[in-house]
Design a protein around this ligand. Structure first.
Ligand code: AMP
Ligand code: ZN
Length: 500
């Protein structure tokens, strides 16, 4: 079993702008927090990319035998339409438009999110807390920040005092923004805002009469600011200072910058040691985004119903497509790229099946081959440890596919030691299945197809017996059009073959 003691991990820390060796606060325990979805619509493929990137990070750390507590929240309140603390709550707005309870919206899209993640073979987090389930803790944190003099109350709302905070701390350290520039830019923007500076952000907002998602607090009946929930839930479940915090690049500012400020203000320490940011999935070069409508939904991909696609693609092919890119690179979606990914995925799965069917036989060891296979296996760990470089790891896996296929031709693994053969199986299987999260296509699909085929074969036989040749020919011809050929055997049985 691969152990973290033997395999170092270097993480590109967005806070420092460089790769650093990963040293957990309390190894072997690791705390990982990832910002979850705001559940007011179906997750699109761009959201999925970020969640699958962190699923891979979680999987690799777990594969190295770290004990990872993985927290990913559900934002079910407090996320307003724009980042400047204005506008309607996204969930409440959707509820209003659809004449539903906000919690019906939350329930429906949380279920959709879970189904999508399951279809992509993503592990569920260890804890999936919600913003509405932590209102009490959010009120407590606001009070602490107020007590420290780093927030102020105006008309029942509470704002974080960025200017005051910046007297001792570096607001902007994560996103690389300069506080002076932020303050300067903000002055012109502001007219009648309650905030002292528009760079200040809401910790608590008093609810307008229209705002239906509201709770009691010492300041007003209102609701928490969006950034607060992540500070509260990460510190509650992972501690005031924990290992890794992830999310998409677009969350760096203001969301994550504000999380740092809140954590530091309330608890006197920087909350996160390693900040990780995934890059965007683009469509025609443009960021996939709910707000612009430039999106593709997972279901459209699995069913092939979008005009952007030439056919349907399975969740595993899409997952492989995403793993082929480094999580910090942009990835452009296209039908051609998916077709290429499909080929690669099938090759990898075929090699996995072959490897599982091959046995090692003691024989003369070819030292050069033995050393080469050992080196390739070690390279997988080296690349994964180099800021989770999945594309380079996959390239090495394909080198191993070449070796496996050579053994397949011989029917046995014979020119390497038993130990190296075990390493090959463990590394290949470990990387493909455990780390990349790829598995053979669902067997249940072919089981269902077989059931349907047996039914059609029976119907055609009955049609022939009843001399209804029009129907029996129609069944045969329509199956041919669907890519299924029937072959009648002399003994009266019928076989079918499916074009791939
Ligand atoms: P949201 O539900 O909008 O808060 O987004 C959930 C997650 O998806 C966040 O981590 C975003 O950064 C991420 N995300 C949104 N759009 C994209 C995209 N086009 N590519 C990758 N990640 C994205
Ligand atoms: Zn967050």
């Amino acid at each position: 079993m691969a152990k973290f003691e033997d395999h170092k991990v270097f993480i590109y820390n967005s806070l420092k702008g460089e790769k650093e060796e990963f040293i957990p606060v309390a190894s072997p325990n690791v705390g990982l927090y990832v910002c979850g979805p705001t559940v007011y619509s179906n997750v699109h493929l761009g959201n999925c990319r970020t969640f699958l990137s962190f699923d891979m990070v979680f999987r690799y750390l777990t594969h190295l035998d770290y004990k990872v507590r993985y927290v990913r929240n559900i934002t079910d309140a407090g996320h307003l339409e724009n980042d400047a603390d204005e506008g309607e709550d996204k969930i409440a707005k959707k509820a209003r438009l659809e004449s539903l309870e906000p919690m019906e919206i939350v329930q429906s899209y949380t279920l959709d999110f879970h189904n999508v993640m399951r279809s992509f073979n993503a592990h569920p987090p260890s804890i999936e807390p919600t913003a509405t389930g932590h209102i009490v803790e959010q009120i407590e944190m606001i009070q602490t920040i107020l007590d420290k003099g780093l927030a102020y109350e105006v008309n029942g709302s509470v704002y974080f005092d960025v200017k005051k905070y910046s007297e001792t701390e570096d607001y902007g350290e994560l996103s690389g923004r300069k506080i002076d520039e932020l303050m300067e830019g903000s002055r012109d923007l502001d007219g009648q805002s309650e905030k002292r500076d528009s760079v200040d952000f809401a910790l608590w907002k008093k609810a307008s009469p229209m705002h239906i998602m509201r709770w009691n607090s010492p300041w007003s009946v209102g609701f928490p600011g969006w950034h607060l929930e992540c500070s509260v839930m990460s510190s509650k479940y992972l501690g005031n200072q924990f290992d890794i915090h992830g999310g998409g690049m677009d969350l760096k500012f203001p969301h994550h910058e504000c999380e740092i400020a809140q954590g530091q203000a309330a608890n006197g320490v920087k909350p996160v040691n390693y900040w990780m940011h995934g890059n965007m999935l683009t469509l025609n070069g443009q960021r996939m985004s709910k707000s612009t409508g430039n999106t593709l939904l997972p279901d459209e991909l699995f069913s092939g119903s979008s005009d952007l696609l030439d056919k349907a693609y399975s969740p595993m092919v899409v997952r492989f497509f995403m793993m082929q890119a480094h999580y910090r690179s942009t990835l452009d979606f296209s039908s051609d790229a998916l077709t290429a990914a499909e080929k690669g995925y099938k090759k990898l799965m075929a090699a996995l099946e072959t490897l599982n069917s091959l046995e090692h036989k003691a024989g003369t060891i070819n030292e050069a081959v033995d050393a080469e296979i050992t080196a390739l296996c070690n390279k997988c760990y080296e690349f994964m440890g180099d800021d989770f470089n999945t594309p380079r790891t996959i390239a090495v896996l394909f080198d191993l596919v070449g070796k496996i296929n050579t053994y397949a031709a011989h029917g046995v693994i014979e020119d390497i030691s038993q130990e190296t053969s075990n390493l090959l199986t463990q590394s290949f299987q470990g990387m493909v299945v455990e780390v990349l999260g790829l598995s053979p296509e669902e067997k249940s699909d072919s089981g269902a197809l077989d059931g349907v085929m047996q039914m059609l074969i029976k119907m055609r036989r009955n049609a022939k017996l009843n001399k209804d040749f029009a129907l029996s020919d129609q069944i045969r011809d329509e199956l041919i059009a669907a890519g299924v050929k029937l072959k009648d055997n002399r003994d009266g049985t019928t076989e079918y073959t499916v074009d791939n």
